[in-house]
Design a binder for this molecule. Sequence first.
Ligand code: PDD
Length: 280
Amino acid sequence: MQLVYLNGEFKPIAEANINVLDRGFTFGDGVYEVIPVFNRVVFRIDEHLKRLKNSLNAIFMEMPFNKDEWQEIFQQLVASVDANEQSIYLQITRGISEREHDISLANSPTIFAMSRPIKNADFSKGIKAITHNDIRWDYCHIKAITLLPSVLLRHLAKQHGAKEAILIKDGNVTEGAASNVFIIKDNVVYTTPETNDVLPGVTRSVILGLLKDNKFNVVEKTISEQELFDADEVWVSSSTWEIVPVTQLNDNKIADGQVGRLWQQVYDIYQQFKQCYCYS
Ligand code: PDD
């Protein structure tokens, strides 16, 4: 039976309850991680834990456990789920306090984690994305649970028959509502640099490493909205989606509207890497 972790205990999800005064509930005062698991091996655990620590520190909280302690928790969660490919969802809030903004009123974080099977549709023929003004805040490098803008953006994308919203701030691409963005022009792969406007995606960093190892031309630079529309290929990446080709943007095709050649190569390299990392 699937077990979840809540504040030191493993229990069935229906028995895991949160106090209504938890600041995650009243303020969205917390951070989270999504960590993929392949062949029951937690993928790139160090990077995910490092990003979690950075997110916690950015909101004046401390990392509650060391790597071994996290690993023990993850192992139990993963073992309780009947699937080879899973994603761990982990959330830490500032805990319970009266409903006052003052963070010093909370002194014990709420720590929650669960693992679920990854259920992805087949995106290998490409997806449609919309573009939208980046309506989020100035600290997008923090993986904050406060996700209303992203939820609304994904809803808007769905209303337009699209899977993702690619966000534009001051005329430049930031990222997707829940993914990082790559474009390809004349065989060069471009992605936006790590700033406070984007989440430092772990998949993004894995892809960048693999591209460099395989001698692709890679440039981290600001990408304008025009460059996005003029690209030969557009990809979005995330832990659960991996690398997905975008073949339509609003009512426009990307290049000829077919999945690009480089995407196929990089997708294959990524799958090989996963295989080595988790299956050998
Ligand atoms: N989201 N940018 C944003 C805004 C994201 O929410 C995500 C992932 C990414 C990609 O990061 P990574 O490669 O580390 O998954 C980029 C997760 C999957 C989510 O919120 O469900």
